[in-house]
Design a protein around this ligand. Structure first.
Ligand SMILES: Nc1ncnc2c1ncn2[C@@H]1O[C@H](COP(=O)(O)OP(=O)(O)OP(=O)(O)O)[C@@H](O)[C@H]1O
Length: 313
C-alpha cells in the first residue's frame, strides 16, 4: 500500500504539488491521471524517495521507503527511461543494480526474458529505441520482485504488442496482491488497465475512486431508446422527471432515469421498445470534464478557413 499525506513540492516560486493526499491499495492497478504539468512525475519521484517533499509524508507498506535497506525488493520504479548510461550494455546495467541490492545474477536473466530483452541484452543502451529503453526500465523495476510498483508512462514508445504486454503484466502483478501505481496519457489504455484512478490537476487532487465511479461522477449517462411510439414515451418519461431529446435517427436519448425505469414505464403503458441501451461516457470524456479548469498548456484552435485562405494568398 502507498499512503501519501499532504505532499507538497515547490520549485522556485511555483507550488507544483499542493497538499496532495491519496492512497493506493494493493491487489489492483491504480492509474494516476492529469494534464501535462499536473505534477504526476514530481509526485512519483517523491514516492520513490528521489526528491524530498517540502511538506507531507509517503509511506510504502507502512514504512518510510527512504529508510529501506532493500529498496529494489520493496519498491520497483520506472521513472525516466532515458536516464540510462548509454555506453553500458542492458545486461550490465541490470547486473550492476542487482549487485548493489543483493539480487542474484539469475534474476537478471529472468527479467530480461520476461521483458523480451534477452536478445538485445549485450547491446549498448545508447543503441536502444525508446521502446527498448522502456522494456529495460521495466526489467529494472521488476528485478527485486517488489511488492509495490510505481510506473511513470510505462507504455510510452511501445508498439501495440508492447502496450498489450505491459497491460497484462500490470494486471497480473496486481492479481498477485501487489500494489501498482501507473501514470499514462492514453485514456483508452487506462480504461482497460486501471481499477482505481487518482486524478490530479495543478498539483492538487481532483478526485479518486474506482474507474466506473469516476466516469459516472464526471459524465452524463443517457439511456438510448428506440420505439415506434417515441412521442408518447417521451411525454410519459417527462411525467416521471426524465428529460428526452431526439437523435437524428429518431432514437430518444433520455437522462435522469435508469434503463430499468424506462423499460418498466414502457411496459406499463404497452409501448413497444425496439432498443433500450444504457450509454456511459468514456474515460476520456470524464478526464476532459474533470480537468477542464486545470489545463495549464492549452493548444490554440484548429486553423480557421480565413487563416488558411490568408496563408494561401
Ligand atoms: N526539477 C524541476 N525544477 C523546476 N520545475 C520543475 C522540475 N520538475 C518539474 N517541474 C515543474 O513541475 C510541474 C509538474 O511537472 P511534472 O513533470 O511533475 O508534471 P506531469 O504531470 O508529470 O506532466 P506530464 O504529463 O507533462 O509528464 C511542471 O510545471 C514542471 O515544469
Amino acid at each position: 500500500m502507498i499512503e501519501v499525506e499532504g505532499l507538497t513540492q515547490v520549485f522556485g516560486d511555483k507550488t507544483v504539488v499542493d497538499d496532495f493526499s491519496f492512497t493506493v491499495q494493493p491487489g489492483g492497478v491504480t492509474g494516476m491521471l492529469g494534464p501535462n504539468g499536473a505534477g504526476k512525475s514530481t509526485t512519483m519521484r517523491m514516492i520513490v524517495g528521489l526528491d524530498r517533499p517540502v511538506r507531507g509524508s509517503v509511506r510504502v507498506n507502512g514504512r518510510d521507503f527512504r529508510l529501506s535497506t532493500t529498496p529494489l525488493r520493496d519498491l520497483g520504479a520506472l521513472l525516466d527511461p532515458t536516464a540510462l548510461h548509454p555506453g553500458r550494455a542492458g545486461r550490465v546495467h541490470l547486473q550492476a543494480l542487482a549487485a548493489t541490492n543483493g539480487i542474484s545474477r539469475s534474476r537478471v536473466d529472468e527479467v530480461l526474458d520476461l521483458t523480451g530483452m534477452a536478445e538485445a541484452a549485450s547491446r549498448r543502451v545508447g543503441t536502444y529505441s525508446l521502446g527498448m529503453r522502456q522494456r529495460l526500465g521495466i526489467a529494472a523495476a521488476l528485478l527485486g520482485d517488489p511488492q509495490t510498483l510505481v510506473l511513470d508512462e510505462p507504455v510510452n514508445g511501445l508498439d501495440p504488442d508492447g502496450v498489450h504486454w505491459v497491460r497484462e503484466l500490470m494486471k497480473h502483478l496486481a492479481a498477485e496482491g501487489r500494489t501498482v501505481l501507473v501514470s499514462s496519457h492514453l485514456m483508452s489504455e487506462m480504461a482497460l488497465t486501471a481499477d482505481h484512478l487518482v486524478v490530479m490537476g495543478r498539483g492538487r487532487l481532483i478526485t479518486q475512486g474506482p474507474v466506473a465511479e469516476v466516469i459516472a461522477q464526471a459524465t452524463q449517462s443517457d439511456v438510448l431508446v428506440h420505439s415506434p411510439e417515441s412521442d408518447r414515451l417521451a411525454a410519459a418519461l417527462s411525467g416521471i422527471g426524465a428529460t428526452s431529446r431526439t437523435a437524428p435517427d429518431g432514437a430518444l436519448l433520455v437522462t435522469n432515469v435508469t434503463a430499468a425505469q424506462v423499460g418498466e414505464l414502457a411496459a406499463s403503458l404497452s409501448i413497444p421498445l425496439h432498443e433500450l441501451t444504457p450509454q456511459q461516457g468514456s474515460l476520456e470524456d470524464a478526464f476532459l470534464a474533470l480537468t477542464k479548469d486545470d489545463q495549464e498548456y492549452v493548444a490554440g484552435g484548429m486553423p480557421s478557413d480565413a487563416t488558411r485562405n490568408g496563408a494561401q494568398r
